[in-house]
Structure formats: structure tokens, C-alpha cells
Design a protein around this ligand. Structure first.
Ligand SMILES: *Cc1c(COP(=O)(O)O)cnc(C)c1O
Length: 600
């Protein structure tokens, strides 16, 4: 492993840190004042863009003292990443700055993961000032190799310092570099967009190279990084590409069947049933999740009767739950959710004061937290009231434990683009009671069943062959999509580790993979976090608003006391998520969260 000349510098540095601890001397700086001046010279690299969110990579960060200076100067637009080879130094750094990203990385090592360096600005302070026992050429080679390796990962500019040649005497153990050599290196990287500063009173100078904003860098051949001011989007769905869809589209062209129980829809339904370990015929697709819910309500409970006009549902849900019930003639009656589970409690609902006016109950799998069949079967048994589960975002929980969460009570799954498994628009209803699923199919097709006679309350809610094509392609690569989501979750978790954010992040498998939920302590903290997110260009969403009773159209719905919902809804912030969300964007989110939860 240790086979390059600069390894000796690392060893010397660790020795110094071991001896003097986390002090300027430990970092081989003579004094603290000089260190601050150098930090400020490094931060001058940002001069051209004084505002806007930027990621700054501190290469050779040591114990992370540059971050202390950044915080002192209140430069909250900087998301900081520290990189160093010294494990000892990083231990100090991580202790001082929990929640900040520090990578142990040797950029010159073969196979080094250079994506960890991706940044707007990179600074290397003191990385090339001490040459210890290295020769002048060895040091020059180390500097050139390092700078040329990291430059392609830098979007806007970099800065590093070396000792000056124009001094009364040169110290043997320091790297005094001729300005011409440095100029040649900088010009080779950045054309005319270079600077040198030697006006800050020390026996050294700082070199800067900048990218031309107008010329696209080769970054654009990789995953594009956002502009400094560009917001991090809250949810960027990623559905199967044209190539993945092509074989299915060719089958549609050949069959000339575009809807009405075509071969692709039938195959999709059969594959979903098998995937969820359910009997044949237990899955019925729909053109949206909301329509699927309409079909399930009509099949299970029929349209509302005047003696039972209410649909009981949690206040903490997406409006679709109320929309579907209302389409079937029911008036929503809003009940409170449990503050821990976020779900409706079946036992409590069995003694609801308006039970005799309730025609259907629609428990909701909040954010994909699944609803169990057993307590609702008991409820149905005891009260005789039909139950339909809005399991919109719970596909993953259902596949994980189908026995617990699927059965005779119909469960609607949404396949909207924002859910984890998606057909752009679409949904399905899963139920082991095949008579019931047959009636759902009938309700979604004009009430027809083996004849063109409309026999039941109905709508047209059928899924098209084109949407089934997306669903089939999505199932083909479902394992990969789930691992992609899991990688993003792991990155969020890694950056939150060891900080209060760790317990505030609610991620898969607790919720649906397409949600990252940040649970604030109370509304005041939530407002503070929302402010920080907005300030730092990070989009977020209250997926369920403040609860159904705060939606204008449903504001005068009947409702119970809703302390649980009122306490929860303002605190649950949906954060950016996408299967290909990169570390750069996640860092920007976590940085904003960290600032948001800092006590004021
Ligand atoms: C997404 C969602 C729906 C609606 O599904 P669509 O497919 O968009 O119609 C219903 N209920 C909940 C809880 C949802 O999250």
C-alpha cells in the first residue's frame, strides 16, 4: 500500500498530530493567526460567486479547521466536504463536526472513488507546502498528479498554496515552488482563467484556477450536477426507458389491442398476483389509484345510502382518499390517527360514536406504512361495515409480508409516478376474495360482466395496454430500482449518522422507498427547518398537506378531535428523493437540515 513518496509526508503529519494534538502545531503550522489568513485566502476562491449554494471540498482537510473558519464567517451557503488520507486527523474532525461529511480517501490511489470529490470548489490548504524529506521533483510530481486528478471533478474553481521562491531563505523541509511552474500547471487546466495571490503577508502564495461557466465541462457527460443556485427537486421519478418499453410496445403494435383486458394488462395483473403471493384473479388494475379506490368502494359497499352516508377515514392522508369516497356518494368523516403508527386504530373505530351512520371505512397506509388485515377483519365482523384499505404507497410492505397485509379486505395500490413501483398513472386492487375482485373489475368497466348490460354503479377506470407495458418493464427491473432507492437511503443515513438528524429521518423500509420523511420535534422546529431548506434551495413537501380538514373543499367535513393529526402533519417534511439522487444533492439537503435544527 504505502509505496509513494508522499506517504512519508502523511506519516510525518500523523506524528505531529499525535504529538501536539489538534492545534496549529499539530497541523505543522507555526501559529493560529497565520492559519486564519491562509483559510481566508483559500475561501477567496468563492469571490466570483459570492452567493448561491455551493459544495466546497477541502482536500487534505486534516482536522477540519477550515470549517471552523467557514462557520465563524457565517458562510452558510457552503456545504462542506472534508477529504484526507489521515485516519487520525479525520477522527478529530468527525468528533468536532458531527453530521459533516469526511471521507478517508487517497485521490492518487489506483481505483480511488473520485466521485467523492465532486464539488463546486476545491481547496487544498497546506497539502503542498511541506515536502518533508521529498525531493523538489517528487513534490512537484505529487502536486501535479493530485491537481490534475481532482480538476475534472471540480465545477467552478480550485485553490491551493505553496511556499514562495522569493524569500530570504528557503527551508529544506518546505516546498518552495517557482511561480512559472505553477502558472504553467494552472494555464494547462484553465486557459487564461487563473490567478495568483501573494499579497496576504506570508512567505507563500495561493494559486487559483477557474472554469469558464459558458463552456460546458465534461461533467455534462456524467450525471449533470445542479447549478449552484438550482433547487434540489423533491421527487424525480425514474420510469423505464424507451429501450425497456420497446419489446412491450411491439407486442401492442402486433396485437392491435389497446385497452379492455388486453394481453399486457392480463399479464401484468397475473405477475402482480404471483409477486404478492396471491391467488390467480386477485389483482384488478385501474387507470389511477384513485379510480381503483372508487372501484373497490363500489364493489365492497356500493354507493352511499341515505341511512349510512358517511365514509370514515383518517384525516392524515392524501386527498385522493376523500375524493374517491365522495365520488361514490359518501361524505368523509375524519378520524384521528395514532401518533406513533400514523394509522387509524381498528379497535377504537369499532366504538366510533357515529358508527350507525358509517357506510364504509377506509384505513390508509400512511406514507406506505402498511395496514394489517386482522384487526380490520375483526372490525368488519363485529360491525358489519365494509372496509377498503387505501394502501396507495404500501407496495413494498405488501410484498415483504403479504400474509399480514393482504386477504379478504381489498387493498388499493397506487402506481402513480411518485410511488415506488410506477406506471406513470395507474393503480390496482388486490383482494383474496375473488368474487369481490370480479365486482371491482365490473365497477371499473361500466358495470358490465359478460354482457353489455350495466348492472351496478360504475365508472370507466380500466388500465390501458400502454400503461401495462410500463408496469411490466418496471417489474422486470424492480430489484434494481429498489437497490437504487436503498443506496440513496444509505447515503442519507451515512450523512446523518451520529447527529440528531439520525432519528429524525424516516426512510424505507419504514415508509415507501420514494419517500424520505424528516420528522421534526414540533411545529416551531418544522418552520425553522422549512426556512433553512428554502433558503438553501432544497425543495420539500407536506405530502398530505396539514390533514384533510385543512383542504378547502373538505374543510367542513365531519371530524373527530384530531390532536394526533394536528401534531403530526406539520412536522412531517417530505425530502428530495430519486433512484439516482447523487451524493452532491444529498449533501446539500443534509447541510440545510443541519442548519435548520441548530438551536436559535
Ligand atoms: C398516491 C395516493 C393516492 C392516489 O393514487 P393515484 O394513483 O395518484 O390516483 C391515494 N391515497 C394515498 C394515500 C396516496 O398516497
Amino acid at each position: 500500500m504505502n509505496s509513494r513518496p508522499e506517504d512519508l509526508i502523511l506519516a510525518r503529519y500523523d506524528q505531529s498530530l499525535g504529538e501536539f494534538g489538534d492545534t496549529p502545531q499539530g497541523a505543522m503550522w507555526p501559529d493560529a493567526a497565520g492559519r486564519t489568513i491562509r483559510h481566508d485566502a483559500m475561501l477567496d476562491v468563492l469571490d466570483r460567486r459570492p452567493s448561491g449554494q455551493v459544495v466546497l471540498c477541502d482536500l487534505g482537510c486534516g482536522t477540519g479547521e477550515l470549517l471552523t473558519r467557514i462557520r465563524e464567517r457565517g458562510m452558510s451557503n457552503i456545504t462542506y466536504i472534508g477529504i484526507d488520507r489521515s485516519r487520525m486527523a479525520l477522527e478529530h474532525a468527525r468528533k468536532k463536526f458531527p453530521g459533516t461529511t469526511f471521507h478517508e480517501l487517497d485521490v492518487n490511489a489506483a481505483g480511488a472513488d473520485l466521485s467523492l470529490v465532486d464539488c463546486d470548489y476545491l481547496v487544498a490548504n497546506g497539502l503542498f507546502t511541506v515536502k518533508h524529506v521529498l525531493g523538489q521533483e517528487q513534490m512537484q510530481a505529487f502536486l501535479e498528479s493530485t491537481i490534475k486528478t481532482v480538476w475534472p471533478r471540480v465545477r467552478r474553481g480550485l485553490a491551493f498554496n505553496v511556499m514562495s521562491k522569493v524569500v530570504d531563505w528557503e527551508r529544506d523541509d518546505l516546498f518552495h515552488a517557482p511561480m512559472d511552474d505553477m502558472a504553467r500547471l494552472l494555464h494547462g487546466l484553465a486557459g487564461r482563467r487563473v490567478r495568483m495571490h501573494a499579497d496576504y503577508g506570508l512567505y507563500e502564495y495561493t494559486c487559483y484556477a477557474f472554469r469558464d461557466d459558458r463552456v460546458p465541462s465534461h461533467h455534462q457527460t456524467r450525471q449533470p450536477l445542479p447549478d449552484a443556485g438550482e433547487p434540489v427537486r423533491v421527487l424525480r421519478p425514474l420510469l423505464p426507458t424507451m429501450e425497456k418499453l420497446l419489446p412491450y410496445l411491439q407486442r401492442i403494435d402486433a396485437a392491435r389491442i389497446y385497452s379492455n383486458f388486453g394481453p399486457l394488462v392480463l399479464e401484468f395483473e397475473a405477475r402482480l398476483a404471483r409477486h404478492l403471493q396471491q391467488p390467480e384473479g386477485s389483482v384488478v388494475t385501474a387507470n389511477t389509484g384513485t379510480t381503483g379506490l372508487v372501484g373497490a368502494i363500489l364493489a365492497a359497499a356500493g354507493r352511499a345510502h341515505s341511512d349510512r352516508p358517511l365514509a370514515l377515514m383518517p384525516a392524515l392522508t392524501f386527498v385522493a382518499t376523500a375524493v374517491a369516497a365522495q365520488k361514490c356518494g359518501y361524505k368523509p368523516c375524519l378520524a384521528d390517527v395514532d401518533a406513533d403508527t400514523w394509522l387509524l386504530d381498528a379497535e377504537k373505530m369499532a366504538s366510533h360514536p357515529r358508527l350507525d351512520q358509517i357506510g364504509v371505512v377506509i384505513p390508509v397506509a400512511a406514507f406506505g406504512r402498511p395496514v394489517e388485515q386482522a384487526p380490520w377483519l375483526a372490525f368488519r365482523e363485529k360491525t358489519g361495515i365494509p372496509v377498503v384499505i387505501d394502501g396507495a404507497a404500501s407496495f413494498e410492505a405488501l410484498e415483504l409480508d403479504p400474509k399480514m397485509h393482504l386477504g379478504p379486505i381489498p387493498v388499493m395500490i397506487s402506481l402513480h409516478a411518485t410511488k415506488s413501483l410506477a406506471t406513470a398513472e395507474g393503480g390496482c386492487v388486490v383482494c383474496s376474495d375473488i368474487d369481490l375482485t370480479t365486482r371491482v373489475g365490473q365497477a371499473l368497466n361500466y358495470g358490465f360482466h359478460f354482457s353489455r348490460d350495466s348492472r351496478t354503479a360504475s365508472t370507466n377506470g380500466k388500465m390501458s395496454e400502454y400503461h401495462a407495458a410500463i408496469g411490466l418493464a418496471e417489474l422486470d427491473d424492480w430489484a434494481e430500482k429498489k437497490s437504487a432507492f436503498a443506496r440513496v437511503v444509505a447515503t442519507y443515513r451515512r450523512h446523518a449518522a451520529g447527529t440528531p438528524m439520525e432519528s429524525m429521518l424516516i426512510t424505507a423500509p419504514d415508509v415507501c422507498s420514494s419517500y424520505i420523511i424528516f420528522r421534526c420535534r414540533d411545529e416551531a422546529q418544522s418552520l425553522q427547518v422549512q426556512h433553512a431548506l428554502a433558503e438553501h434551495g432544497v425543495e420539500f413537501r407536506h405530502w398530505y398537506g396539514q390533514g384533510l380538514h385543512h383542504q378547502t373543499y373538505y374543510a367542513d367535513s365531519l371530524h373527530d378531535d384530531l390532536p394526533g393529526t394536528d401534531a403530526l402533519a406539520p412536522c412531517l417534511l417530505g425530502l428530495p428523493m430519486a433512484p439516482d439522487l447523487d451524493e452532491y444533492r444529498i449533501l446539500r439537503v443534509v447541510n440545510a437540515l443541519r442548519i435548520g435544527i441548530e438551536p436559535r
